[in-house]
Design a protein around this ligand. Structure first.
Ligand code: SAH
Ligand code: SF4
Ligand code: F3S
Length: 477
């Protein structure tokens, strides 16, 4: 059988289909976007290559959040150029594209600095990919970083059931994009634009398709996912709590998660959803960045530490088992030893099961980049090490507290050793279970027997397969 998009070989016979490879950097929203771009390329007849060097088209989906992340693009393009030279020597070729947040932030500068790049396009333009690729293939250097008015999500093709199945039983679903908060350190409002919520009807339709193709756990994504305020199916505006309730009704969807949340948008209804919805996992990523009120004000986070403590207390009242994770920045301009001590104190008081912590990175065009009193690198490094030691201790303590507990695990994939499967606990920890491969994709009940540095190890106690939702009592493990 001939592929739709095959090319004529030297003898006029059709040869292999065109191939693509998308390499993803940055956050989960980029992972979702890369999947949508793959789906679009799939519907253009492209097939996925084994790796970037084997592909006719390579797209780098990039991240601009910190300097190190952004600089990766250039080393990657340098490497790809070598692979392309090799392909050209063998009579082939390769198109190199830069998508994502670096593309949006740097645009034309990318082709000036890395002329090997054939196409540059920002996150709001992905639905125009077929046009961009055609133009680049005919020799044009394409640079597209507009914020068009049309809804790219509506225009992007959705994954075919077999594509969904190949990605497993968990899926990301972007429901909100962009940010209007303008924290003084952050590029996201500039790279992703203004806050936009997708209409509930479209989200529900996509979730139903995913569930029909076997997805059991959905993670709703947005840079400010809990600021969601989309048009509901009843014409009214829905918040995230309302949307979660509707998603929980979908047959096959057994677990719901959402990320990333902003403390200012943790409203009462969302907190109540953590009490009322068995499908909503007892885990929340709630970035705080700093425990110092002075820093929080300079960062323009729009809340203080008391508000953060208050939210945590209300969440724990609603869902006593809830586990919290967070993001931290150390070495923000002007951060003193006392400010940093406030961060350590907040961490001790709250207790986090997971966290991402970073040294402040000055980003061009953001207000904090021009602030006085940038903190010396060795001071930031020392603070980061101290903070990470405490966070690691808390993570290990939480893992140890799961030993002996019985819980549901959604088995996702093969483990490292034969006979092992790996899934996630309700608290997002990887759990390694000795189980037959036939249980891949199923929700099982396990008892945790030990905790390693990154994973829990558990025994299967009940391989009852919950085709529908697990019984409410069991879901409360
Ligand atoms: N919308 C999310 C954050 C998205 S960016 C929120 O409001 O929490 C992910 C994380 O990257 C941030 O939480 C922050 O900890 C980190 N980050 C963002 N800009 C940064 C910078 N300039 N330097 C260091 N870390 C940064
Ligand atoms: Fe960036 Fe702040 Fe918006 Fe989060 S809330 S994306 S940190 S500006
Ligand atoms: Fe990076 Fe853009 Fe995500 S800057 S963190 S890829 S929104």
């Amino acid at each position: 059988m001939q592929a739709e998009n095959s090319r004529p070989g030297p003898s006029g016979l059709m040869t292999r289909p065109r191939t693509y490879f998308v390499k993803t950097f940055g956050c989960q929203m980029n992972v979702y976007d890369s999947q949508r771009m793959s789906d679009a390329l799939g519907s253009m007849g492209y097939v996925e290559a084994q790796g970037p060097d084997d592909a006719d088209l390579v797209l780098l989906n990039t991240c601009h959040i910190r300097e190190k992340a952004a600089e990766k693009v250039y080393s990657e393009v340098g490497r790809l150029k070598k692979a392309r030279d090799q392909r050209r020597a063998e009579g082939g070729d390769m198109l190199i594209g830069v998508a994502g947040c670096v593309a949006q932030a740097e645009g034309q500068e990318i082709v000036a600095r890395a002329p090997a790049v054939d196409l540059v396009f920002g996150p709001q333009n992905y639905h125009r990919l077929p046009d961009f690729v055609a133009r680049a293939a005919s020799g044009e250097t394409v640079v597209e970083t507009e914020f068009p008015v049309e809804d790219k999500f509506a225009a992007l093709p959705r994954a075919k059931p077999e594509q969904v199945r190949s990605r497993g039983v968990t899926a990301f679903l972007t429901i909100q994009e962009g940010c209007d908060k303008f924290c003084t350190f952050c590029v996201v409002p500039y790279t992703r634009g203004a806050e936009f919520s997708r209409p509930a009807e479209r989200i529900l339709a996509e979730a139903r398709e995913l569930a029909d193709a076997g997805v059991r756990e959905l993670t709703l994504l947005g840079q400010n996912v809990n600021a969601y305020h989309g048009e509901g199916t009843d014409g009214a505006e829905w918040n995230l709590a309302r949307l979660l309730h509707a998603l929980a009704e979908i047959d096959g969807i057994e677990r719901l998660r959402y990320t990333t949340s902003h403390p200012r948008d943790m409203d009462d209804e969302l907190i109540a959803a953590h009490r009322d919805l068995a499908e909503l996992m007892p885990y929340l990523h709630l970035p705080v960045q700093s425990g110092s009120d002075r820093m929080l004000a300079l960062m323009n986070r729009k809340h203080d530490r008391v508000l953060y403590f208050d939210i945590v207390n209300r969440l724990r009242d609603a869902c006593p088992d809830i586990a919290l994770s967070s993001d931290f920045i150390v070495g923000f301009p002007g951060e003193s030893d006392a400010d940093f001590a406030d961060t350590m104190d907040l961490v001790r008081q709250v207790g986090f099961v997971q966290a991402f912590s970073f040294k402040y990175s000055a980003r061009p065009g953001t207000p904090a980049a021009n602030m006085d009193e940038q903190v010396p690198d060795d001071v930031s490094s020392a603070r980061l090490a101290e903070l990470q030691a405490l966070l690691r201790e808390q993570q290990a303590g939480f893992a140890a507290s799961r030993v002996g507990r019985t819980m549901h695990v959604l088995l996702e994939r093969d483990g490292r050793k034969p006979g092992q499967l790996v899934g996630r606990s309700p608290w997002l920890q990887p759990v390694v279970v000795e189980a037959p491969q036939s249980l891949t994709g199923e929700m099982v009940t396990v008892t945790v027997k030990s905790a390693g540095s990154n994973s829990l190890f558990a025994d299967l106690v009940d391989s009852t397969i919950y085709r529908e939702r697990p019984p409410a009592a069991a879901a409360a493990f």
